[in-house]
Design a protein around this ligand. Structure first.
Ligand SMILES: Cc1cc2nc3c(=O)[nH]c(=O)nc-3n(C[C@H](O)[C@H](O)[C@H](O)COP(=O)(O)O)c2cc1C
Length: 193
């Protein structure tokens, strides 16, 4: 990897969700490095609630079918000729994403611990987003319920009942970097003395 690393604050500020990737593959060693960093995400009681599923090849194609079919199921007229191209695009865009990592979290009988586990697992996903960006790799995190709660996705991952899919992270070299806006923190901050 010869992309120079970037300052953490710069990565936080400049990272954007990347809707379109170049076809270039991402080496497995890069994904491993990002996930090895992500396991250092803070987690209360050291539950280390995450398990990561890296989808490539056939598993990515099956994930693409699940995503396309979820989109299809939400349409009022799924068999209409004019929506077929859009559904095919959902499939193609998914399959053409170089790597997809599904973040799953342990649940817990205690709702407080369960909530902490879910937060930590999202934290791990954000760590990967920032780490990837610092290496010139773009990401897009998706949590649409029709996909993350899909029994077909759970079956694909072989997920036991006590684990939840937190989201799917799409990774690849950015083909575009969209502009976004944010409200300045000063407008979202209350200083109490
Ligand atoms: C927890 C979480 C869930 C998200 N889920 C989705 C999603 O299901 N579909 C989607 O298009 N974008 C999703 N996004 C991406 C947001 O739309 C995106 O972060 C937002 O537009 C801000 O853009 P930026 O990431 O480029 O700053 C999600 C982001 C987060 C943090």
């Amino acid at each position: 990897m010869n992309t120079p690393s970037m300052d953490v604050l710069e990565a936080i500020r400049t990272r954007r969700s990347i809707p379109q990737f170049k076809p270039d593959a991402i080496p497995r060693t890069v994904i491993e490095e990002l996930l090895e960093a992500a396991v250092w995400t803070p987690n209360h009681r050291l539950t280390e609630p995450w398990q990561f599923f890296v989808l490539e090849g056939e598993s990515k194609r099956r994930f693409a079918e699940i995503r396309r079919d979820a989109r299809r199921a939400a349409l009022p007229n799924p068999d209409a000729p004019e929506v077929q191209a859009a559904l095919q695009k959902v499939y193609d865009d998914t399959v053409n994403t170089p790597v997809i990592v599904v973040f799953t979290s342990a649940g817990h009988a205690d709702p407080e611990i369960q909530e902490e586990n879910y937060w930590s697992t999202f934290g791990a996903a954000y760590a990967v987003m920032l780490g990837a960006w610092s290496r010139g790799i773009g990401t897009y995190f998706r949590t649409g319920k029709a996909v993350v709660d899909s029994p077909r996705l759970r079956a694909l991952l072989g997920l036991p009942d006590d684990r939840r899919v937190i989201g799917a992270l799409y990774l690849g070299h950015p083909a575009v970097v969209p502009q976004k806006r944010r409200t300045p923190a000063a407008e979202k901050t209350v200083w109490l003395s």
